[in-house]
Every structure is written in C-alpha cells, then in structure tokens.
Design a binder for this molecule. Structure first.
Ligand code: A3P
Length: 311
C-alpha cells in the first residue's frame, strides 16, 4: 500500500507503458497519467469537501460531459445561456485537472451563481482512494458508468485525438483492447473503479447515487427527476424537466459553437469537440469483432455478475 501522504513524485511508483510514449503510474492498484499525478495527490491530501458539495465521479468516457450538463442544469435551473457559452467541463471543473491542476482555478467558477451554495466538481479518482475524503463531509456523489465495450471504443477514439497523437502514431484498437482488459488504462482498472463506487452507493445511498449511461439514455426524464430528488431540489413541473433534457441532449449540446470548436482547453490536450462523438449505446458493435466482444463479456461476467451488477 503506498502512503499517499508521502508520495511527492512518480519515480518511486510502478510504471507501465500505456500508449505510444505515454506511461501510466500506479497508486494503490490504480493507474494514472503522470501529468495528473501531483494534482491527484493534492486532491487526496488537501481537498476538504463541504457538506453541500456535489461531486460527479466517473471512469473516463462513461458520460461525464452529459452528466455535468444535466447536474449543472438541475442545480442552477435556468442553464441554457451557460451551456451555450461554455463547454460542460468548464462549468463543472474536474478536481485533479482544473481545480488542483496547474491551471488552478477558484471554486467560484462552479456555478456561475455566486449566491448558490452548491459547489459542483467532478473527478475520475477511484472510490478506493477518495472514499474517505467524501465521507469526511456529508457531500453528495453521483457516479456514472457505462458499458465497458462502449467505454473502451469511446476512449480509443478520444485518445487518437490527443494533440500529440500524430507524433506517437495512432493508438491501434488491438492495443487499446489489451490495455483495457489488463486494466492498464488511465483511471483503470475499469472494473475495480466501477465496483468501488457501485458498492459504496449500495452502502450509502443517501450520499452516493449511481447511474449508468444506458439508463440515462433510455429514460433521461425519469433519471433527471431522480437526480433532482437526490440533490434535494425536486422539480415542481414537468416542463422544466423537459427543457433540461432537451438542452442537455447530444444533438443540442454538440451543435453549440463552443462544443464544435477545434480549440484546445488550457487544461487538457484534446480539442473541445472531441467530447462529443456519437453519443449512442452499442457503438462498440461497429468496431469490436465477435471474439473481442466475447472476451470482454467474459471479463464482465467474472468481475460484475457475482456482485449482482449486470452489463
Ligand atoms: P462516444 O465516444 O461513444 O460518442 P465523457 O464525457 O465521460 O468523456 O464521455 C464521452 C462520451 O459521452 C462520448 O461517447 C460522447 O459522445 C458522449 N456524450 C457527450 N455528451 C453527450 C450527451 N449530451 N448525450 C449523450 N452522450 C454524450
């Protein structure tokens, strides 16, 4: 077990090649991009959530952007103007990227409404590392997860859009599959990340809300209402919910200039438009062959089904 308080640089940590020249470093069984290691450690050591904070947690590429737009809209109600002007990641900053990263920003950017007491943040840090921090206050956590095969395919596309992707050569799908299955993946292993939060949400349902991308896709309206109830701000009328569902839909959000932009944010090496690709369930069928699907399904059965979580 690495003592997180003592980790100040990555040289002492296990390291594995992930893609091209990019490595990932391991802290207590989870893999991180070295770039975000210092800020991740700062989050673990310094972040003190307030009881009203809401943290959106996820494994990368499982629907974080969508969840950010929805929760921002639920908390702030009239959100359209903000969503037109800002990418959801600039409305709900990620703890280990914008908040404790090199481009340190104040928490006041979280709601654009300084009088509002709810601070919204997101994180990809696993529950196994951040759980104690959450429970140091009564803050609420919303975890989104997604079918592993769609998550893998989404990450593969996303990584190939990185600024230095050309330099490193493309990340071949076969390599991505191997890395995903072995768990050597930023935030990975995926299965442990998911199980950490799923189990915690069963143990502490008042504090940790868990939802899947597929559930949200099947009936966004119902789940937006459930999220609002969980956050203690239920809706009084259906029209408001319909408006939020529409404003946060893939088609509407991805049509905004800010989200079509090829500009790079200050905090990561992908253009803003790479957060919106297909936005559908089951796209993996267009990329993975039958053997790979069976391989990942077997892994999923082994890791999830025993714990009663079906995918
Ligand atoms: P695809 O690559 O399968 O299209 P994250 O936000 O965690 O990075 O996840 C990105 C995935 O969510 C991408 O999936 C992206 O297209 C999809 N996505 C982004 N905004 C969405 C929205 N409003 N509705 C549904 N899916 C969305």
């Amino acid at each position: 077990m690495v003592n997180i308080l003592e980790v100040v640089h990555d040289e002492s940590l296990p390291k594995e090649n992930w893609w091209g020249k990019n490595c990932v470093c391991q802290i207590n069984d989870f893999w991180f991009l070295p770039k975000f290691l210092p800020s991740t450690i700062r989050v673990l050591n310094e972040f003190k959530p307030l009881p009203n904070d809401v943290i959106l947690a996820s494994f990368p590429k499982t629907g974080t952007t969508w969840l950010k737009s929805l929760v921002f809209s639920i908390v702030n109600r009239s959100s359209k103007e903000s969503l037109v002007k800002h990418n959801p990641h600039d409305l709900v900053p990620t703890l280990e990227v914008q908040v404790f990263g090199t481009t340190h920003q104040s928490s006041s950017i979280t709601t654009h409404d300084e009088s509002h007491s709810t601070r919204l943040y997101s994180t990809h840090i696993p529950y196994q590392l951040l759980g104690n921090t959450f429970h140091s206050s009564n803050c609420r956590v919303i975890y989104i997860t997604r079918n592993p095969k769609d998550t893998l395919v989404s990450m593969w596309h996303f990584t190939n859009k990185w600024k230095d992707a050309d330099q490193d050569g493309p990340w071949h799908l076969e390599e991505a599959i191997e890395k995903f299955c072995s768990g050597v993946f930023p935030g990975g292993p995926y299965y442990d990340h998911v199980m950490g939060f799923r189990k915690a949400s069963l143990e502490k349902p008042k504090n940790i809300f868990s939802i899947t991308y597929e559930e949200l896709m099947k009936d966004t309206k119902i789940h937006v209402k459930r999220l609002a109830e969980f956050l203690g701000c239920p809706f009084m009328n259906d029209e408001e919910v319909d408006e939020i569902v529409k404003n946060c839909s893939f088609d509407i959000l991805s049509s905004y200039e800010v989200n079509k932009s090829g500009d790079f944010p200050s905090w990561f090496q992908v253009p803003y438009n790479s957060f919106f690709r297909q936005g559908v369930v089951g796209d993996h069928k267009n990329y993975l062959d039958a053997k790979t699907i069976e391989r990942i399904d077997a892994l999923t059965r082994d890791k999830f089904h025993g714990a009663g979580f079906m995918y």
